[in-house]
Write a protein that binds this ligand. Structure first.
Ligand SMILES: *[C@@H]1O[C@H](CO)[C@@H](O)[C@H](O)[C@H]1NC(C)=O
Ligand SMILES: *[C@@H]1O[C@H](CO)[C@@H](O)[C@H](O)[C@H]1NC(C)=O
Ligand SMILES: *[C@@H]1O[C@H](CO)[C@@H](O)[C@H](O)[C@H]1NC(C)=O
Ligand SMILES: *[C@@H]1O[C@H](CO)[C@@H](O)[C@H](O)[C@H]1NC(C)=O
Ligand SMILES: *[C@@H]1O[C@H](CO)[C@@H](O)[C@H](O)[C@H]1NC(C)=O
Length: 333
């Protein structure tokens, strides 16, 4: 039995500390260890349970610390959910469903988003973090389809405009073209440079096109992620971005697990030229061994982001597929 099935609403938010009874899902990485303090979300505030869109918007929009347990399906009907500072937004039980529009965290700090199914979002991203700091995106599922071409849907979880100190962990991203963009333009160096520190760990990416993640001007640490059938550039570091890549496993049709070429392939950004867009290259750094599967990495420059400035525990490479498949996504916390 999962420990969380025994817990009340109030203790759901801290279900991660149920370890050592189950896997240790506690917060790790830049959202925890950073110069402005750990991400705690709504900790210390009231816990409320919401079951309809109006109650959800009311509970989540202000900047008062609050733990919001979302129960059921929420159709946002084209109006994005704006999340305020100091919030934990947690899907109840097997997960709450967000449809009809996605979630935005804009100009805010200290937000936790967990256990939400975010599906078939049109016109904009599933989750957008813009000009925001200290955000933990954990144990969600992002889904659409690849039948409509690369530009029908937008990103699954995009992190832009100088956002910083973010951890993206244990999410299940699948059936989508453009997954996770970090830094949304090569002309925004002055906004983004020195920011965009993001940890991606134990995420499961399956049947995706590009951006797992794609980064500009920032630093991303990617460890113990599992990629299956990621068709084009999976991890793509460009525009002076730095990635530290370790302990990841790539399987299936995943020809280019890691690239630092500035060329953005047409399936990623068919904006100005049928050959793709050109920007300057990024940097790669490799830590613990990765398993590239049948893919070939394509590195033009090695960088200096060779160690993550925090403690973390690596899953053994041979266990990554099993641990990630069983631990990522909904109903696990
Ligand atoms: C959300 O509600 C709109 C308006 O009622 C409806 O057209 C749409 O089909 C609903 N979306 C989902 C996924 O149920
Ligand atoms: C974020 O702040 C910028 C600059 O003050 C403002 O233009 C923008 O509307 C804000 N976004 C939201 C969603 O409040
Ligand atoms: C970023 O958010 C802060 C508030 O946290 C606001 O003061 C600032 O204007 C925003 N900047 C931009 C470029 O939106
Ligand atoms: C590396 O990437 C560039 C740009 O996408 C491509 O032209 C080149 O063929 C790739 N090299 C290898 C060895 O895959
Ligand atoms: C790391 O490399 C980047 C890109 O070359 C450079 O701008 C930066 O100053 C270097 N940082 C350190 C601490 O050496």
């Amino acid at each position: 039995m999962k420990p969380s099935t025994l817990l009340s609403y109030a203790s759901l938010a801290v279900a991660a500390v149920a370890w050592p009874f189950g896997p240790d899902y506690s917060l790790v990485g830049f959202a925890k260890n950073n110069p402005i303090g750990p991400t705690t979300g709504g900790k210390g505030g009231k816990t409320v349970v919401v079951k309809d869109v109006a109650s959800l918007r009311a509970a989540i929009g202000d900047d008062v610390p609050r733990i919001v347990i979302a129960k059921g399906t929420f159709n946002l009907t084209k109006t994005r959910l704006l999340v305020g500072s100091h919030k934990s937004l947690i899907g109840y039980g097997k997960g709450a469903e967000i449809v009809g529009a996605g979630i935005t965290v804009a100009n805010k700090t200290n937000v936790i988003i967990q256990n939400l199914g975010i599906r078939f979002i049109l016109d904009n991203d599933g989750i957008t973090l813009t000009n925001s700091t200290r955000v933990w995106v954990d144990h969600n599922e992002f889904e659409s389809d690849m039948n409509h071409g690369p530009d029908y849907y937008d990103g699954q979880c995009d992190i832009v405009r100088g956002s910083d100190w973010v951890t993206v962990s244990w999410n299940y991203f699948h059936d989508h073209w453009k997954s996770s963009l970090v830094g949304n333009s090569d002309v925004l160096r002055s906004v983004d440079q020195g920011h965009l520190h993001i940890t991606y760990h134990h995420n499961y990416w399956r049947n995706e096109g590009t951006r797992g993640n794609a980064g500009r001007f920032g630093h991303q640490h990617l460890f113990n992620n599992f990629y299956k059938d990621f068709r084009y550039q999976a991890i793509h570091s460009r525009s002076d971005n730095q990635v530290l890549v370790e302990g990841n496993v790539f399987r299936g049709d995943t020809p280019e697990p890691l690239s630092t070429y500035g060329l953005v392939v047409p399936m990623d950004s068919p904006n100005t030229s049928p050959d793709g867009d050109y920007e300057i290259d990024g940097f790669a750094n490799l830590g613990a061994k990765n398993d590239w599967g049948h893919g070939k990495i394509n590195i033009t420059q090695w960088g200096n982001f060779t160690r993550a400035p925090y403690k973390y525990k690596l899953t053994a490479l041979r266990d990554v597929e099993k641990v990630v498949k069983s631990g990522a996504g909904l109903g696990k916390i």
